[in-house]
Design a protein around this ligand. Structure first.
Ligand SMILES: Nc1nc2c(ncn2[C@@H]2O[C@H](COP(=O)(O)OP(=O)(O)OP(=O)(O)O)[C@@H](O)[C@H]2O)c(=O)[nH]1
Ligand SMILES: [Mg+2]
Length: 359
């Protein structure tokens, strides 16, 4: 699974990316290539399990994060969406749009004003127009082909595309359209832009900490119906903080009046909009968070560990994390009736602790 950091030039994507990945920030930038790093998903539940089992290894779930070059002003003074940019967008399972909220006269803004909501609208409008153009052309072609072939499968496709087109014509992003799983499958090959899960991270500067809450509240209200979550963060501060040890970090955060780092929130949101969740395996050797799609069965989850576990699946022993936290041992969980044996069709919950029985 991969998530892309995209946005206008100099919004703070690389600063965020380097902080997430725990690497050094380098001002030298490539105008063409994205960088990629595998990033750990912080999970306090895994931390607690690790404390309880004291294993040799703790393994977090991970996602791939891509840092893409920003959208720039072209020679005519306008920001044009390039085909390279659209290709970058299409290749991601989900997107984080990094938007500028910080003032800095020495760093020009491609749209010439600091207005996060305006930047969100800019991208959404470009995506909508691109989808609209694609859907219109594609529908015309499908209709023409259908007249010749009378193919039933094509008829279904025409229905779905028409539904998408109407939604887009109302200037609504496709991520807010109600579609079932078969329609989703049908559409997946098209890589429609407004169908991509999207979240927004607004990069503020330290001087605006006191106003951030209100600004974000207002913006969130406006974009809620587009299915977008907005997360504020402070790229410069987070970067400086990431280089400190735990003690100094606490002092630093208290100085700025920051309650918690935004990085964990950004990563958990990425995970969430990708439609992912975690289950855990525990033991003296390792405690580990595994990544599965929401709605995965016990057998599919076993397959995430090993294909053999999928093929030779018998049953899954299941305890929900909160229950385990309450009763502390599997024996106590059994006594309390919260330890269960589940078959292969069982839908795994986010936070289940599994032990797979297999042949
Ligand atoms: N004052 C201030 N400057 C910032 C902040 N975040 C980023 N900058 C500056 O903005 C510039 C761009 O930051 P990057 O993280 O490289 O931005 P980017 O989005 O990766 O830029 P492109 O890859 O060119 O699109 C750098 O000079 C940063 O120091 C911030 O929170 N406050
Ligand atoms: Mg960059």
């Amino acid at each position: 699974m991969q998530i892309g950091l995209i946005g206008l030039e100099s919004s703070g994507k690389t600063k965020l990316f380097t902080t997430l990945a725990g690497i050094e920030y380098n001002i030298e930038k490539s105008s063409e290539n994205a960088s990629v790093e595998v990033v750990k998903i912080p999970d306090s539940r895994l931390d607690i399990l690790t404390e309880m089992f004291n294993p040799k290894k703790k393994i977090n779930a991970t996602i791939e994060v891509y840092d893409f070059p920003g959208l720039r002003t072209s020679d005519d003074g306008k920001v044009r969406i390039t085909s390279a940019f659209l290709q970058n967008v299409r290749n991601n399972d989900a997107l984080f749009y990094v938007v500028r909220g910080f003032e800095n006269p020495s760093v020009p803004h491609p749209l010439n004003k600091i207005n996060p909501y305006n930047d969100i609208q800019f991208l959404e409008t470009e995506f909508l127009l691109s989808d609209l153009a694609f859907l219109e052309t594609h529908l015309a072609r499908l209709n023409k082909d259908f007249l010749k072939s009378k193919d039933e499968k094509m008829k279904k496709e025409i229905e779905v595309i028409t539904k998408c087109l109407h939604h887009t014509e109302e200037e609504k992003p496709l991520r807010t359209l109600q579609i079932d799983s078969s329609e989703k499958k049908l559409l997946s090959g098209y890589q429609l832009l407004t169908l991509k899960p999207l979240a927004v991270a607004i990069n503020f500067d330290e001087n605006s900490i006191s106003e951030v809450e209100n600004i974000v509240f207002e913006i969130q209200k406006k974009v809620e119906q587009s299915g977008i979550s907005v997360i504020p963060f402070f790229a410069e501060i987070e970067y400086e903080m990431s280089k400190l040890d735990e003690e100094d970090k606490k002092i630093f955060m208290a100085d700025y009046g920051i309650e918690e780092s935004a990085l964990a929130k950004i990563l958990r949101t990425s995970y969430d909009i990708l439609g992912l969740q975690s289950f855990f395996t525990v033991g003296e050797d390792e405690c580990r968070a595994w990544t599965i799609k929401k709605g995965s069965t016990a057998q599919e989850s076993a397959g995430a560990i090993h294909t053999d576990f999928y093929n030779k699946f018998i049953r899954a022993e299941v305890v929900y994390f909160e229950d385990f936290l309450k009763y502390k041992t599997f024996a106590k969980c059994k006594e309390a009736g919260v330890w269960r044996l589940e078959g292969k069709e069982y839908i795994v919950r986010d936070g289940d602790i599994l032990n797979i029985r297999h042949n």
